[in-house]
Write a protein that binds this ligand. Structure first.
Ligand SMILES: [Fe+2]
Length: 445
Protein backbone atom coordinates (compact mmCIF):
# COMPACT_ATOMS: atom_id res chain seq x y z
CA UNK A 1 0.00 0.00 0.00
CA UNK A 2 1.11 3.51 -0.62
CA UNK A 3 -0.05 6.95 0.32
CA UNK A 4 -0.60 9.59 -2.31
CA UNK A 5 -2.07 13.04 -2.47
CA UNK A 6 -5.77 13.37 -2.98
CA UNK A 7 -7.04 15.64 -5.72
CA UNK A 8 -7.99 18.41 -3.31
CA UNK A 9 -5.76 18.55 -0.26
CA UNK A 10 -2.34 16.89 -0.08
CA UNK A 11 -1.83 14.51 2.87
CA UNK A 12 0.69 16.83 4.53
CA UNK A 13 -2.01 19.48 5.06
CA UNK A 14 -4.69 17.11 6.40
CA UNK A 15 -5.46 15.50 9.76
CA UNK A 16 -2.57 15.65 12.21
CA UNK A 17 -0.18 16.56 9.40
CA UNK A 18 -2.02 19.90 9.16
CA UNK A 19 -0.14 22.88 10.60
CA UNK A 20 -1.19 24.65 13.77
CA UNK A 21 -1.24 28.42 13.91
CA UNK A 22 -0.84 29.00 17.65
CA UNK A 23 2.47 29.37 19.43
CA UNK A 24 1.69 28.24 22.97
CA UNK A 25 3.53 28.67 26.25
CA UNK A 26 2.36 26.64 29.24
CA UNK A 27 3.93 26.03 32.65
CA UNK A 28 3.65 23.14 35.13
CA UNK A 29 1.99 20.68 32.81
CA UNK A 30 -0.31 17.99 34.23
CA UNK A 31 0.91 14.41 34.06
CA UNK A 32 0.08 10.83 35.00
CA UNK A 33 2.65 8.42 36.44
CA UNK A 34 6.11 9.37 37.66
CA UNK A 35 8.47 11.61 35.69
CA UNK A 36 11.96 10.27 36.41
CA UNK A 37 13.85 12.98 38.32
CA UNK A 38 17.02 11.99 36.44
CA UNK A 39 15.47 13.63 33.36
CA UNK A 40 16.75 17.20 33.56
CA UNK A 41 16.69 18.91 30.20
CA UNK A 42 14.66 19.60 27.09
CA UNK A 43 12.85 17.18 24.82
CA UNK A 44 12.31 19.02 21.54
CA UNK A 45 11.09 17.93 18.13
CA UNK A 46 11.04 19.69 14.78
CA UNK A 47 8.66 19.37 11.84
CA UNK A 48 7.14 21.22 8.92
CA UNK A 49 4.33 23.62 9.79
CA UNK A 50 3.69 25.85 6.79
CA UNK A 51 2.80 29.39 7.78
CA UNK A 52 0.35 29.73 4.91
CA UNK A 53 -0.80 27.84 1.85
CA UNK A 54 0.66 24.76 0.24
CA UNK A 55 4.49 24.68 0.19
CA UNK A 56 4.35 22.08 -2.60
CA UNK A 57 5.80 19.15 -0.66
CA UNK A 58 5.75 17.66 2.85
CA UNK A 59 9.46 18.47 3.18
CA UNK A 60 9.07 22.16 2.31
CA UNK A 61 6.98 23.65 5.14
CA UNK A 62 8.37 26.18 7.63
CA UNK A 63 9.92 24.48 10.66
CA UNK A 64 8.17 24.51 14.02
CA UNK A 65 9.76 23.32 17.28
CA UNK A 66 7.73 21.69 20.06
CA UNK A 67 9.57 21.38 23.36
CA UNK A 68 8.93 20.18 26.91
CA UNK A 69 11.32 21.03 29.73
CA UNK A 70 11.65 18.38 32.46
CA UNK A 71 13.25 19.00 35.86
CA UNK A 72 12.79 17.80 39.45
CA UNK A 73 10.27 15.17 38.37
CA UNK A 74 7.98 17.76 36.81
CA UNK A 75 7.21 19.11 33.37
CA UNK A 76 8.22 22.73 33.86
CA UNK A 77 6.97 24.07 30.54
CA UNK A 78 5.81 23.46 26.99
CA UNK A 79 6.61 25.81 24.14
CA UNK A 80 6.07 25.56 20.41
CA UNK A 81 7.70 28.11 18.13
CA UNK A 82 8.17 28.57 14.43
CA UNK A 83 11.80 28.83 13.47
CA UNK A 84 11.87 32.45 12.33
CA UNK A 85 14.12 32.03 9.34
CA UNK A 86 14.51 34.49 6.46
CA UNK A 87 12.18 32.25 4.48
CA UNK A 88 9.55 32.58 7.22
CA UNK A 89 9.98 36.29 8.01
CA UNK A 90 10.84 37.78 4.60
CA UNK A 91 9.68 35.09 2.19
CA UNK A 92 13.31 34.92 1.02
CA UNK A 93 14.15 32.27 -1.60
CA UNK A 94 16.77 29.55 -1.16
CA UNK A 95 17.46 29.54 -4.91
CA UNK A 96 17.20 32.69 -7.05
CA UNK A 97 16.13 32.87 -10.70
CA UNK A 98 19.73 32.35 -11.81
CA UNK A 99 20.11 29.16 -9.80
CA UNK A 100 22.27 30.72 -7.07
CA UNK A 101 21.77 29.21 -3.61
CA UNK A 102 21.62 31.38 -0.49
CA UNK A 103 22.38 29.06 2.43
CA UNK A 104 21.22 31.70 4.90
CA UNK A 105 17.66 30.94 3.74
CA UNK A 106 16.27 27.88 5.48
CA UNK A 107 12.98 26.29 6.38
CA UNK A 108 14.86 24.64 9.30
CA UNK A 109 12.15 21.98 9.65
CA UNK A 110 13.90 18.63 10.03
CA UNK A 111 15.83 18.19 13.25
CA UNK A 112 17.19 20.03 16.29
CA UNK A 113 20.43 19.24 18.06
CA UNK A 114 22.56 20.61 20.86
CA UNK A 115 26.32 20.95 20.35
CA UNK A 116 28.92 22.82 22.38
CA UNK A 117 26.21 24.56 24.39
CA UNK A 118 24.30 25.80 21.34
CA UNK A 119 21.00 24.65 19.82
CA UNK A 120 20.62 24.29 16.05
CA UNK A 121 17.47 23.71 14.00
CA UNK A 122 18.50 21.90 10.84
CA UNK A 123 17.36 21.38 7.27
CA UNK A 124 19.63 19.81 4.68
CA UNK A 125 19.34 22.62 2.12
CA UNK A 126 20.81 25.35 4.30
CA UNK A 127 23.05 26.48 7.11
CA UNK A 128 21.87 25.60 10.63
CA UNK A 129 19.58 28.05 12.40
CA UNK A 130 20.56 28.71 16.01
CA UNK A 131 17.77 28.92 18.58
CA UNK A 132 17.74 29.52 22.32
CA UNK A 133 16.95 26.98 25.01
CA UNK A 134 13.45 28.49 25.01
CA UNK A 135 13.13 27.94 21.25
CA UNK A 136 13.42 31.58 20.17
CA UNK A 137 15.28 32.07 16.88
CA UNK A 138 18.75 33.66 16.90
CA UNK A 139 19.66 33.23 13.23
CA UNK A 140 21.66 31.15 10.77
CA UNK A 141 25.15 30.02 11.68
CA UNK A 142 28.03 29.28 9.30
CA UNK A 143 30.65 28.62 11.97
CA UNK A 144 32.55 31.91 11.63
CA UNK A 145 32.32 31.85 7.85
CA UNK A 146 33.94 28.43 7.53
CA UNK A 147 30.87 26.47 6.35
CA UNK A 148 30.65 26.80 2.58
CA UNK A 149 27.83 24.32 2.01
CA UNK A 150 24.52 23.38 3.58
CA UNK A 151 24.46 21.06 6.60
CA UNK A 152 22.64 17.76 6.78
CA UNK A 153 19.90 17.51 9.39
CA UNK A 154 21.58 14.30 10.61
CA UNK A 155 25.06 15.11 11.94
CA UNK A 156 26.74 12.39 14.00
CA UNK A 157 28.24 13.12 17.42
CA UNK A 158 31.15 10.84 18.25
CA UNK A 159 30.49 9.88 21.87
CA UNK A 160 34.20 9.50 22.67
CA UNK A 161 35.72 12.58 21.02
CA UNK A 162 32.72 14.91 21.16
CA UNK A 163 33.35 15.78 17.51
CA UNK A 164 30.35 16.42 15.28
CA UNK A 165 30.63 14.84 11.81
CA UNK A 166 28.36 16.04 9.03
CA UNK A 167 28.14 16.83 5.34
CA UNK A 168 26.39 19.13 2.90
CA UNK A 169 25.07 18.24 -0.54
CA UNK A 170 23.97 20.41 -3.45
CA UNK A 171 22.68 20.14 -6.98
CA UNK A 172 25.74 21.72 -8.61
CA UNK A 173 29.34 20.47 -8.34
CA UNK A 174 30.88 19.84 -5.93
CA UNK A 175 27.85 17.74 -5.02
CA UNK A 176 29.02 16.45 -1.64
CA UNK A 177 31.28 17.93 1.05
CA UNK A 178 32.17 16.32 4.37
CA UNK A 179 32.74 18.48 7.46
CA UNK A 180 33.81 18.02 11.06
CA UNK A 181 33.29 20.26 14.07
CA UNK A 182 35.48 19.78 17.12
CA UNK A 183 33.94 19.36 20.56
CA UNK A 184 34.11 23.12 21.11
CA UNK A 185 32.06 23.77 17.96
CA UNK A 186 34.85 24.95 15.63
CA UNK A 187 34.74 23.75 12.03
CA UNK A 188 38.10 22.01 11.67
CA UNK A 189 37.81 19.94 8.49
CA UNK A 190 35.99 20.17 5.14
CA UNK A 191 36.60 17.71 2.31
CA UNK A 192 34.95 17.59 -1.10
CA UNK A 193 33.81 14.01 -1.81
CA UNK A 194 33.46 13.18 -5.50
CA UNK A 195 30.22 11.55 -6.55
CA UNK A 196 28.96 11.23 -10.09
CA UNK A 197 25.72 13.18 -9.80
CA UNK A 198 23.48 15.42 -7.71
CA UNK A 199 21.71 12.92 -5.46
CA UNK A 200 19.62 13.62 -2.37
CA UNK A 201 21.80 12.53 0.55
CA UNK A 202 19.69 12.79 3.66
CA UNK A 203 21.83 11.01 6.25
CA UNK A 204 25.04 9.02 6.67
CA UNK A 205 26.90 7.01 9.33
CA UNK A 206 30.16 6.90 11.22
CA UNK A 207 32.06 4.11 12.94
CA UNK A 208 35.08 4.33 15.22
CA UNK A 209 37.40 4.36 12.18
CA UNK A 210 35.28 5.31 9.18
CA UNK A 211 32.70 7.65 7.67
CA UNK A 212 30.10 6.04 5.38
CA UNK A 213 28.32 7.96 2.62
CA UNK A 214 25.22 6.74 0.76
CA UNK A 215 25.10 7.77 -2.92
CA UNK A 216 21.65 6.50 -3.88
CA UNK A 217 19.44 7.03 -6.94
CA UNK A 218 17.20 9.91 -5.88
CA UNK A 219 18.57 12.44 -8.33
CA UNK A 220 18.06 16.18 -8.78
CA UNK A 221 15.80 16.96 -11.74
CA UNK A 222 16.40 20.28 -13.50
CA UNK A 223 13.13 19.67 -15.33
CA UNK A 224 11.22 19.46 -12.05
CA UNK A 225 13.08 22.41 -10.59
CA UNK A 226 12.35 24.61 -13.61
CA UNK A 227 8.70 23.59 -13.64
CA UNK A 228 8.23 24.74 -10.06
CA UNK A 229 6.35 21.51 -9.35
CA UNK A 230 7.01 20.51 -5.77
CA UNK A 231 10.22 18.78 -4.80
CA UNK A 232 12.96 18.71 -7.48
CA UNK A 233 14.20 15.14 -6.92
CA UNK A 234 13.06 11.79 -8.29
CA UNK A 235 14.09 8.16 -8.62
CA UNK A 236 16.55 7.24 -11.38
CA UNK A 237 16.69 3.75 -12.87
CA UNK A 238 20.11 4.60 -14.35
CA UNK A 239 22.14 6.17 -11.54
CA UNK A 240 22.91 3.00 -9.58
CA UNK A 241 23.73 2.92 -5.86
CA UNK A 242 26.99 3.00 -3.91
CA UNK A 243 28.28 3.17 -0.37
CA UNK A 244 31.44 5.21 0.14
CA UNK A 245 33.78 4.34 3.02
CA UNK A 246 36.29 6.99 4.09
CA UNK A 247 38.77 6.53 6.93
CA UNK A 248 38.16 9.12 9.63
CA UNK A 249 40.59 11.96 9.09
CA UNK A 250 40.91 10.96 5.43
CA UNK A 251 39.87 12.72 2.24
CA UNK A 252 38.25 12.02 -1.11
CA UNK A 253 41.33 10.13 -2.31
CA UNK A 254 40.84 7.62 0.50
CA UNK A 255 37.17 6.86 -0.19
CA UNK A 256 36.40 3.31 -1.36
CA UNK A 257 33.08 2.93 -3.18
CA UNK A 258 31.03 -0.26 -3.05
CA UNK A 259 28.22 -1.00 -5.49
CA UNK A 260 24.93 -2.11 -3.93
CA UNK A 261 21.48 -2.94 -5.23
CA UNK A 262 19.54 0.28 -6.07
CA UNK A 263 17.40 1.46 -3.17
CA UNK A 264 16.87 4.51 -1.02
CA UNK A 265 17.64 5.13 2.64
CA UNK A 266 16.68 8.26 4.49
CA UNK A 267 17.92 6.99 7.86
CA UNK A 268 20.39 4.49 9.25
CA UNK A 269 20.00 3.14 12.76
CA UNK A 270 23.76 3.06 13.26
CA UNK A 271 26.99 1.52 11.95
CA UNK A 272 29.88 -0.26 13.64
CA UNK A 273 33.17 -2.03 12.95
CA UNK A 274 33.32 -5.82 13.11
CA UNK A 275 36.94 -6.66 12.35
CA UNK A 276 37.48 -5.96 8.65
CA UNK A 277 33.76 -5.52 8.15
CA UNK A 278 31.44 -2.59 8.69
CA UNK A 279 27.85 -3.33 9.69
CA UNK A 280 25.27 -0.70 8.76
CA UNK A 281 21.62 -1.12 9.81
CA UNK A 282 19.15 1.06 7.92
CA UNK A 283 15.49 1.64 7.05
CA UNK A 284 15.66 0.71 3.35
CA UNK A 285 13.19 1.46 0.56
CA UNK A 286 13.34 -0.95 -2.39
CA UNK A 287 12.64 2.16 -4.45
CA UNK A 288 11.19 5.59 -3.76
CA UNK A 289 9.65 8.42 -5.76
CA UNK A 290 9.56 6.49 -9.01
CA UNK A 291 7.59 8.87 -11.21
CA UNK A 292 7.75 11.71 -8.72
CA UNK A 293 8.28 12.67 -5.11
CA UNK A 294 4.61 12.58 -4.07
CA UNK A 295 4.34 8.89 -3.20
CA UNK A 296 5.91 7.18 -0.22
CA UNK A 297 6.37 3.40 -0.17
CA UNK A 298 7.35 1.37 2.94
CA UNK A 299 10.89 0.91 4.22
CA UNK A 300 12.24 -2.10 6.12
CA UNK A 301 15.03 -2.95 8.54
CA UNK A 302 17.97 -3.95 6.38
CA UNK A 303 21.57 -4.80 7.22
CA UNK A 304 24.50 -4.00 4.95
CA UNK A 305 27.75 -5.76 5.81
CA UNK A 306 30.65 -4.10 4.02
CA UNK A 307 33.58 -6.50 3.76
CA UNK A 308 36.61 -4.25 3.38
CA UNK A 309 38.95 -7.18 2.69
CA UNK A 310 36.78 -8.84 0.06
CA UNK A 311 35.52 -5.56 -1.44
CA UNK A 312 31.90 -6.68 -1.31
CA UNK A 313 28.66 -5.81 0.47
CA UNK A 314 26.28 -8.36 1.96
CA UNK A 315 22.61 -7.38 2.08
CA UNK A 316 19.85 -8.80 4.25
CA UNK A 317 16.32 -7.79 5.21
CA UNK A 318 16.01 -8.42 8.93
CA UNK A 319 12.30 -7.76 9.40
CA UNK A 320 9.19 -7.40 7.27
CA UNK A 321 7.51 -4.62 9.26
CA UNK A 322 7.35 -1.25 7.53
CA UNK A 323 9.47 1.14 9.61
CA UNK A 324 10.82 4.66 9.69
CA UNK A 325 12.47 7.02 12.17
CA UNK A 326 15.07 4.51 13.37
CA UNK A 327 17.06 5.44 16.49
CA UNK A 328 19.58 3.85 18.83
CA UNK A 329 21.16 4.76 22.14
CA UNK A 330 23.43 7.50 20.84
CA UNK A 331 26.16 6.60 23.28
CA UNK A 332 26.54 3.70 20.80
CA UNK A 333 26.95 5.92 17.71
CA UNK A 334 29.64 4.25 15.62
CA UNK A 335 29.90 1.40 18.12
CA UNK A 336 28.20 -1.99 18.15
CA UNK A 337 24.54 -1.53 19.04
CA UNK A 338 22.15 -4.14 20.31
CA UNK A 339 18.87 -2.27 20.43
CA UNK A 340 17.09 -0.10 17.90
CA UNK A 341 13.76 1.74 17.97
CA UNK A 342 11.51 2.76 15.07
CA UNK A 343 7.98 3.74 14.21
CA UNK A 344 6.22 0.85 12.54
CA UNK A 345 3.07 0.97 10.54
CA UNK A 346 0.52 -1.50 9.33
CA UNK A 347 0.49 0.22 5.97
CA UNK A 348 2.58 3.29 5.26
CA UNK A 349 3.22 6.81 6.44
CA UNK A 350 0.12 8.47 7.83
CA UNK A 351 -2.05 5.39 8.23
CA UNK A 352 -3.73 4.77 11.54
CA UNK A 353 -2.20 1.59 12.99
CA UNK A 354 1.15 2.94 14.13
CA UNK A 355 3.23 1.44 16.92
CA UNK A 356 6.76 1.84 18.21
CA UNK A 357 8.99 -1.21 17.72
CA UNK A 358 12.09 -2.13 19.72
CA UNK A 359 14.53 -4.46 18.00
CA UNK A 360 17.00 -6.69 19.78
CA UNK A 361 19.50 -7.10 16.96
CA UNK A 362 21.45 -9.77 18.84
CA UNK A 363 18.56 -12.18 19.42
CA UNK A 364 16.45 -10.98 16.49
CA UNK A 365 13.50 -10.32 18.77
CA UNK A 366 11.15 -7.43 18.16
CA UNK A 367 8.58 -6.06 20.59
CA UNK A 368 6.04 -3.37 19.94
CA UNK A 369 4.41 -0.78 22.13
CA UNK A 370 0.78 -0.14 21.25
CA UNK A 371 -0.34 3.29 22.44
CA UNK A 372 -4.00 2.42 22.07
CA UNK A 373 -6.65 2.79 19.41
CA UNK A 374 -6.23 5.97 17.41
CA UNK A 375 -3.03 6.94 19.24
CA UNK A 376 -0.10 7.46 16.92
CA UNK A 377 3.56 7.69 17.95
CA UNK A 378 6.28 9.85 16.51
CA UNK A 379 10.01 9.10 16.56
CA UNK A 380 11.17 7.59 19.86
CA UNK A 381 14.28 9.09 21.48
CA UNK A 382 16.26 6.92 23.89
CA UNK A 383 17.63 8.63 27.01
CA UNK A 384 19.95 6.64 29.29
CA UNK A 385 19.18 6.49 33.02
CA UNK A 386 22.73 7.62 33.76
CA UNK A 387 26.23 7.76 32.33
CA UNK A 388 26.94 4.14 33.27
CA UNK A 389 23.50 2.76 32.43
CA UNK A 390 23.25 -0.24 30.11
CA UNK A 391 22.11 0.08 26.52
CA UNK A 392 18.39 -0.19 27.24
CA UNK A 393 18.56 1.06 30.84
CA UNK A 394 16.64 4.28 30.40
CA UNK A 395 13.61 5.74 28.74
CA UNK A 396 12.14 6.33 25.33
CA UNK A 397 10.56 9.77 24.91
CA UNK A 398 8.12 10.63 22.16
CA UNK A 399 5.03 12.63 21.28
CA UNK A 400 1.86 10.59 20.82
CA UNK A 401 -1.16 11.99 18.99
CA UNK A 402 -4.65 10.86 20.09
CA UNK A 403 -7.05 11.28 17.19
CA UNK A 404 -10.14 10.85 19.36
CA UNK A 405 -9.48 14.07 21.26
CA UNK A 406 -7.23 15.74 18.67
CA UNK A 407 -4.53 16.19 21.32
CA UNK A 408 -0.99 15.07 22.08
CA UNK A 409 1.04 13.84 25.03
CA UNK A 410 4.73 13.50 25.76
CA UNK A 411 5.01 9.82 26.68
CA UNK A 412 7.93 8.33 28.61
CA UNK A 413 8.40 4.56 28.22
CA UNK A 414 10.71 2.32 30.22
CA UNK A 415 13.03 1.05 27.47
CA UNK A 416 13.69 -2.26 29.24
CA UNK A 417 9.97 -2.88 29.90
CA UNK A 418 9.01 -1.71 26.48
CA UNK A 419 5.55 -3.21 26.20
CA UNK A 420 4.55 -2.10 29.71
CA UNK A 421 2.49 0.96 30.56
CA UNK A 422 4.22 4.33 30.18
CA UNK A 423 6.31 5.54 33.10
CA UNK A 424 4.72 8.94 32.63
CA UNK A 425 2.30 10.65 30.28
CA UNK A 426 2.56 14.45 30.17
CA UNK A 427 -0.47 16.23 28.80
CA UNK A 428 0.25 19.02 26.34
CA UNK A 429 -1.96 22.08 25.89
CA UNK A 430 -2.39 21.42 22.15
CA UNK A 431 -1.69 18.77 19.54
CA UNK A 432 1.75 18.30 18.02
CA UNK A 433 1.48 17.73 14.26
CA UNK A 434 3.29 14.75 12.76
CA UNK A 435 6.81 15.89 12.02
CA UNK A 436 10.34 14.68 11.70
CA UNK A 437 13.10 14.44 14.29
CA UNK A 438 13.71 15.39 17.88
CA UNK A 439 16.27 14.98 20.60
CA UNK A 440 16.71 15.03 24.32
CA UNK A 441 19.14 17.81 25.21
CA UNK A 442 20.23 17.15 28.79
CA UNK A 443 21.25 19.97 31.09
CA UNK A 444 24.99 20.24 31.65
CA UNK A 445 25.97 18.14 34.67
FE1 LIG B 1 15.54 12.63 8.57
Amino acid sequence: MTMTETAEIPFYLRGNFAPIMDEATAFDLPWDGVIPPELRGLYVRNGPNPKAGDPGHWFAGDGMLHGVRLERGKAAWFRNRWVRTRAFVEGAALVDENGNVDHSVAVANTNIIGHAGRFFALVESSWPTEVTGELETIGTCNFDGRLSTSMTAHPKLDPASGELHFFGYRFLPPFLTYHRLDAAGTLVQSEVIEVSGPTMIHDFAITERHVIFMDLPIVFSFERAMSGRGFPYEWSDDYGARLGVMPRGGSNADVRWFEIAPCYVFHPFNAFEDGERIVLDVARYDHLWRGGPETFTPAHLHRWTIDLAAGSVGEARLDDRPIEFPRVDERRTGRRHRYGYAVTNAASVGEQAMHLVKYDLVTGAATTHDFGSGCMPSEGVFVPAGDRAGEDDGWVLLYVYDAARNGSDLVILDAARFTGPPVATIHLPQRVPFGFHGNWIADAA
